[in-house]
Design a binder for this molecule. Structure first.
Ligand code: AMP
Length: 287
């Protein structure tokens, strides 16, 4: 495995290899969720590049850029044991310069849900991915469904900027109790960790109410009530039922072929997100 830190090294490596290249962009502090993406890529491609870069442009001024966990040495060891070809871990100066003039700005999709609370976040994600896609020139890139809005945005980015890259979605990897794995879970105290399962539990609870309730207003009301009663220390940011393609809110579950619940909440000041597809029985199966 090669650990590369400059654009020039990466380009030189890329120019040498033939066959499909899988790419897994990450911010490091790797856990089983990231590794599931890397494993999928290793299965699909003779070459796999994993990038580790905490992208300053996707953090707001009051967010956790400075304290975001950085564990490069153990990340590299993990990826080496998996059989990854290249780890690309550039310093910030290699990706951005103070004289930079180019920014990317996305419209509707980037302003919904997480984008409404983390202003500029998805523009920063789109910019760094555009740079990384140019450098790595992958055949396929792998993204986790854990960050569902991000996956949809990346699919649009690749489509509209004509990147010849196939985007593969990888299902969310969870802890045994259901908590979606996230580098930010490391911020939680044992007490907070116990509360954090609230997001998953709320999604699961809402699923149990289908098909008894089919109006999203009812499902969301019941879901919020469940969360408030069972997990009073968790501060809900948003809970929504959307069409998973447009990410627009729906009113009735039959309004979408693929309804999905999205949730964001704070536990001990740590912002956590999760999502789940809602299974809706066919009309004739409904009770
Ligand atoms: P991050 O390091 O948080 O930027 O995440 C890098 C990639 O890993 C993104 O595509 C995430 O969606 C994905 N990812 C993070 N957590 C999980 C998880 N629990 N299950 C599946 N994919 C994940």
């Amino acid at each position: 495995m090669e650990l590369l830190t400059t654009r020039a090294e990466l380009r030189a490596w890329r120019n040498k290899v033939h066959g499909s290249v899988g790419f897994v962009p990450t911010m490091g502090a790797l856990h089983e969720g990231h590794l599931a993406l890397a494993r999928q890529s290793l299965k699909d491609n003779p070459w796999t590049v994993v990038s580790i870069f905490v992208n300053p442009r996707q953090f707001g001024p009051n967010e956790d850029y400075e304290r975001y966990p950085r564990t490069l040495e153990s990340d590299v060891r993990l990826l080496e044991s998996l059989g990854v070809s290249v780890v690309f871990a550039p310093p910030v100066e290699e990706m951005y310069s103070p004289e930079d003039e180019v920014v990317l700005s996305l419209t509707r999709l980037s302003r919904l849900w997480c984008g409404g609370y983390r202003l500029g976040h998805f523009d920063g994600v789109a910019l760094v991915l555009t740079k990384l896609f140019h450098l790595v020139a992958p055949t396929t890139a792998y993204f986790g469904e854990k960050d569902f809005q991000q996956v949809r945005l990346v699919e649009k980015l690749v489509e509209e900027l004509f990147f010849p890259i196939r985007i593969v979605r990888v299902p969310t990897v969870r802890e045994p109790d259901g908590l979606a794995m996230s580098s930010r879970n490391a911020y939680l105290s044992p007490r907070g960790r116990a509360q954090a399962v609230a997001l998953y539990k709320t999604l699961e609870y809402i699923q149990t109410l289908v098909p008894q309730y089919m109006l999203t207003e009812d499902l969301l009301r019941e879901g919020r009530q469940y969360l408030e009663t069972r997990f009073p220390e968790v501060k809900l940011e948003y809970l929504a039922i959307v069409d998973e393609y447009s990410l627009e809110r729906i009113e009735h579950l039959r309004q979408s072929a693929a309804p999905r619940i999205l949730i964001a909440a704070y536990v001990e000041g740590v912002r956590l997100i999760d999502n789940m597809p809602l299974r809706v029985p066919e009309e004739e199966e409904a009770v």
